[in-house]
Design a protein around this ligand. Sequence first.
Ligand code: KIV
Ligand code: ZN
Length: 386
Amino acid sequence: MSAQKIQIFDTTLRDGEQVPGCKLNMEEKLVIARQLELLGVDVIEAGFPVSSPGDFEAVKAIAAQTKEITVCGLSRAVEEDIRVAAQALSGARRPRIHTGIGTSESHINFKLRSTQEKVLERAIAAVTLAKSFVEDVEFYAEDAGRTENEFLARVCEAAIKAGATVLNIPDTTGYCLPEEYGAKIKYLYENVKGVDRVRLSTHCHNDLGLATANSISGVVNGARQIECTINGVGERAGNTALEEVVMILRQHPYLNLDTNVNTKLLAETSAMVSHMMRMPVQPNKAIVGSNAFSHSSGIHQDGVIKHRETYEIIDPRDVGVSDSSIVLTARSGRAALAYRLQKIGYNFDKNTLDKAYASFLQVADRTKEVVDHDLHILVEQENLVA
Ligand code: KIV
Ligand code: ZN
């Protein structure tokens, strides 16, 4: 049985780009949008057109350049937002308007100073208006993670009736636990009339480091779209990282869920976004961090040299990294030293290797990492002969 497709909705250019310091110029946005299309995402959220003339122009330009996939523009449940989003998307081959409103108690009481009934009315009006411009309308229930399920189900049902094609269930504050978020998606599947006609979407923030786990729990419980960003960039602690959810689904085929992403472009896309946003990727970041495929302790190095899968669950080439690396430090053993020496042309017998290892440890204790250049010097100074 072939795997069910999970749509990847990339919001690097909207939820990601709104982060302080991550602002992109028009050319950079167009380059990233082109790369996302190559990568194989299904939807690009290109921006929030009403927010500034620059964002309007960027959404318009991305809509014009993107041919095969859906281009989406964000709007609040506000008439002007929706009209401007529709205008920005008018040149898109596959336009989607993403509109919505806060549904949790704190959003309704403190942000909107409104009532559940009025929020319901605004949700219906927003979807109805968006539907008059485009066929594909995504509705978001902001702070759904902290919205009580019964009311959330009422809002979702009303949005479907008004014409929504996708229902976004954001854990806006990154508060939910995976079981809780998964149960919420399941509840909606079981209690919202018409839900079988639409796609439920996850949109998780990472305030407690659970964005990826929550998104996976969402799709395991029936959601069929994940909203995410490259490198997990996004408000506060960020959004779900695209590369993580894609590789989790790829590495766990028994879930029978997969995406259209060409994983071999993940490393290159990550580096491009990091460079253009001037937002470094933490070295130990899953999948795309510089240490994600490097081994430094002797025990691990020995295992990986004997058989890669001992300590690697992903072949680095599958995500566009040419090879894993064996980093030489004071924690490395003879196997790693011999491996590295061999790579640079020295095939020593056991006695010579023992001698090399003793001087290697002295160098390693004085420095963070021993590189090939240090090894050449060591061989020369100790007069070691292969
Ligand atoms: O986190 C959130 O709730 C959002 C919505 C605007 C979709 O980004
Ligand atoms: Zn968000």
